[in-house]
Design a protein around this ligand. Structure first.
Ligand code: TXA
Ligand code: MG
Length: 326
């Protein structure tokens, strides 16, 4: 059931459900999350079951503000502090050492915990009300089935899970791809997943260089090579290759969709085309929505033009590469 997130009664209802250990999907500025109270291992188990996600893959815990982090974090190193000062509320998740005995299931049994304070009015209202009701944090992966495209609207969530799941509608997610994840648990910042915050911004706030994930980096399924899969096969192609491939297509109707910055001209009929925006923020905002739309046309193939080089495209490039690897 979809509830209007701007309606106070909806927040009240969703809060009561969370407090009772039930699941509620909620909007954030990045993508929609599938929420359960983070301190209730049984409630959290229901998230893993509904998504079909392996239990060892840790979830992010959403909190109303920095103060709530101390409920979950054993230590909050200076670098994490600087990052959340700069970017919370916002599309940044920090991984810190977990307080033993709390949010065990949400953490997938790891000694660390991922924390994020989202910048979305509905999420914030929910997290504040939940805190009042004794729920200090809401564990929430993206509200999609494991390995599939993340949802950026309430309708996407309903399409994934059906009408029995309660979804707070907060409109179309502004950012559109998931938060950047920085592991701070060693005291030094390690980028685990790119988002829309570019490394230079993160490094400026941290006051130190980002390190690449090492051998001992924590598991992060969002960093699995294959993820974000549409039903169609997605192929990521350099501009020239895409142009050449489109040129050799015959006039017969195709079960092919193309997502590219340039418009293919004079190609076969039946070609579904969506134009990739020139600005990376705009491309991130619409990416998952466009993939879902193209997929829904029933095409067998989606050809995507590689995004331009440059750090501001890293988040979009990362999601497309994983979608292509599926
Ligand atoms: O923007 C987002 O981050 C969205 C919204 C809903 O907040 N959430 C999201 O959750 O993308 P999910 O579960 O789809 O991806 C969370 C990522 C996973 O790759 C997970 O492995 C990683 O965060 N993660 C969470 N806790 C972790 C931990 N303790 N150590 C390492 N990675 C962790
Ligand atoms: Mg996800």
């Amino acid at each position: 059931m979809v509830l209007d997130g701007l309606d106070a009664a909806s927040i009240e209802r969703a809060t009561a459900m969370l407090a009772a250990g039930e699941l509620v999907a909620f909007p954030t500025e990045t993508v929609y999350g599938l929420g359960a109270r983070a301190d209730d291992d049984r409630a959290v188990a229901a998230i893993f079951a509904l998504k079909g996600r392996p239990a060892a893959h840790p979830l992010i815990v959403h909190i109303a503000d920095r103060a709530d982090a101390d409920r979950f974090a054993a230590t909050f190193p200076p670098v994490a502090h600087k990052l959340v000062e700069a970017f919370w509320p916002g599309p940044l998740t920090v991984i810190v050492e977990r307080r033993p005995g709390i949010a065990e299931a949400a953490a997938g049994g790891q000694a660390t915990i991922g924390l994020r304070c989202p910048a979305h009015a509905v999420a914030h209202a929910l997290l504040l009300a939940a805190r009042e009701a004794g729920v200090a944090g809401v564990a929430g992966p993206s509200a999609n089935r494991f390995g599939r495209i993340s949802p950026t609207t309430a309708a996407h969530v309903a399409a994934e899970f059906g009408d029995t799941l309660t979804v707070l509608d907060g409109g179309s997610a502004r950012v559109g791809i998931e938060s950047a994840i920085v592991d701070c648990s060693s005291g030094r910042p390690v980028m685990l997943r790119p988002g829309t915050l570019v490394p230079a911004q993160i490094e400026a706030a941290a006051g130190t260089a980002l390190e690449a994930p090492g051998q001992h980096a924590p598991r992060a399924p969002g960093t699995l090579a294959a993820h974000y899969a549409p039903k169609a096969r997605l192929r990521l192609m350099p501009t020239e290759m895409l142009r050449a491939a489109l040129q050799v297509l015959g006039p017969e109707p195709l079960r092919l969709a193309v997502y590219s910055r340039s418009v293919p001209s004079g190609v076969a009929t039946g070609l579904a085309h969506r134009r990739m925006p020139a600005r990376p923020e705009q491309a991130a905002h619409e990416l998952f929505s466009v993939l879902r739309e193209l997929d829904a046309t029933g095409v067998h193939l989606i050809w995507v033009e590689e995004p331009p080089p440059g750090p501001e495209w890293a988040g979009v490039r990362d999601r497309l590469q994983r979608a292509a690897a599926s």
